[in-house]
Design a binder for this molecule. Structure first.
Ligand code: PEP
Length: 252
């Protein structure tokens, strides 16, 4: 039985003055939903604040990217040791916005996932196809290519310590979620792909769905057999919506 994880990706949003209201509301709300795991992935400058408000609660915190390098002359990058210094449990790697805007290759995403695990932080590895890739029938080929790079770099032992997130690019921030049928088809295919390498790892692997998840569509998504939670962007900035998605996961 896989636990459900609801992870909030704040993206490049928030403020030192405004964050406490959201963090306090999340800290209070998650206490009422003990069967579900929660995390918020905040901009680097707010990690200390997230730690200060969420320590001792059942909501973990983490970052949205990490360097594949250990330390050294890498201006602007953040090492996994810095994330673990701040108590981060999770880090997103390979979000489509980073793949698209920063040219992150499948191999680089895999290297980041490996580095995160080496530093004791759980990577949430994002995979997903663009609209044109879906419309030309390439969805599974694309997500397999992205997943295979990670499986090759990590091997089954480290893959077992990873969270996967299926995020169709066309559903992110658009208000147009994948249908339950579309989500289940890809989640089941990803799980089957992992099973070809290791059936036990496959059955325990948490695979989150991300892309315009809201309280209104979360119930049907969270009930899908191969969906183990959600990676939530916009709705994670509204405490009631974020917790509402958690409620849907709890009742699924
Ligand atoms: C995301 O940023 O990972 C995401 C899924 O965003 P949204 O929920 O806003 O579509």
């Amino acid at each position: 039985m896989r636990n459900k994880l609801i992870a909030g990706n704040w993206k490049m949003q928030g403020s030192l003055a405004g964050n406490p209201v959201l963090l306090n509301a999340v800290a209070t709300g998650v206490a009422t939903l003990p069967a579900v795991s929660f995390a918020v992935l905040v901009p680097f400058p707010y990690l200390v604040q997230a730690r200060d408000y969420l320590s001792g609660t059942s909501c973990a915190w983490g970052a949205q990217d990490v360097s594949e390098e250990n330390s050294g002359a890498y201006t602007g990058e953040v090492a996994v040791s810095m994330l673990s210094d701040l108590g981060c449990r999770y880090v997103i790697v390979g979000h489509s916005e980073r793949r698209a805007r920063h040219g992150e290759s499948d191999e680089r995403v895999a290297a980041k996932a490996w580095r995160a695990l080496e530093g004791g932080v759980t990577p949430i590895v994002c995979v997903g196809e663009t609209l044109s890739e879906r419309e030309t029938g390439q969805t599974l080929a694309v997500v397999y290519r992205q997943l295979d790079a990670v499986m090759q770099r990590l091997g089954p032992g480290l893959l077992a310590k990873t969270v996967l997130a299926y995020e169709p690019v066309w559903a992110i921030g658009t208000g147009r979620s994948a249908t339950p049928e579309q989500a289940q088809e890809v989640h089941a295919a990803l799980r089957a792909r992992v099973a070809q390498a290791d059936a036990i790892v496959s059955s325990g692997l948490q695979i989150l769905y991300g892309g315009s998840v809201k309280p209104g569509n979360a119930i049907e998504l969270m009930r899908l057999p191969d969906v183990d939670g959600a990676l939530v962007g916009g709705a994670s900035l509204v405490a009631g919506d974020f917790l509402g998605i958690g409620q849907a996961a709890a009742s699924a």
